[in-house]
Design a protein around this ligand. Structure first.
Ligand code: HEC
Length: 150
């Protein structure tokens, strides 16, 4: 009961107003996907710095990053498909909804490459992780060029 009061006082009681989703409304969905991408960026950049030798390679830290990426890369996509998610002003281009199949295919490839990166990172060997990271990194530009406004 106490927890319920806390939730109510936080204004969270009306969560998930969009049927079958985790979002209160389309703006909430846009916020979710943008924050997901930011978390992807944080983990991606740290790993990238390691791969380029900007910071020393640390197998444990690399594994933490790729484990996060394996999950994070699954997150943004549902937030493109809730009602009104295409109408809110954001950097997502209208082309996404004109060819949702292609967009989702790119998202699938991204997740597949994240899992391959995760497998490579289990080796704890930088030389093994490097090509898997490069392959993973290609996805960002491939999708942004087509579907994200600068
Ligand atoms: C399948 C498509 C796709 C892939 C792959 C992808 N992105 Fe994005 N990204 C987008 C779209 C679309 C947006 C715009 C989202 C919006 O504004 O609602 C975006 C937005 C972002 C943003 C800005 C978020 C904000 O706060 O507005 C960052 C940062 C980002 N992506 C980083 C990355 C990185 C790093 C990678 C690769 C490791 C990546 N993205 C891979 C489609 C993609």
């Amino acid at each position: 009961m106490k927890n319920l009061f806390i939730l109510l006082s936080l204004g969270l009681s009306s969560a998930a107003a969009l049927a079958g989703s985790a979002f209160t409304d389309a703006e909430d969905a846009v916020s979710y996907r943008q924050h997901s991408f930011q978390l992807i960026r944080h983990n991606f950049v740290d790993l990238g710095d390691m791969m380029r030798g900007k910071i020393p390679f640390d197998a444990k830290r690399a594994e933490k990053r790729v484990n996060a990426l394996a999950t994070l890369t699954t997150l943004p996509w549902e937030a493109f498909e809730v009602p009104g998610a295409d109408k809110v002003k954001s950097d997502a281009k209208a082309e996404i909804w004109q060819d949702l199949k292609d967009f989702k295919q790119k998202a699938e490839q991204f997740q597949t490459d994240a899992l391959a990166l995760q497998t490579a990172a289990k080796s704890g060997d930088q030389a093994t992780i490097k090509p898997a990271f490069a392959n993973f990194a290609k996805n960002c530009k491939a999708c942004h060029d087509q579907y994200k406004a600068d």
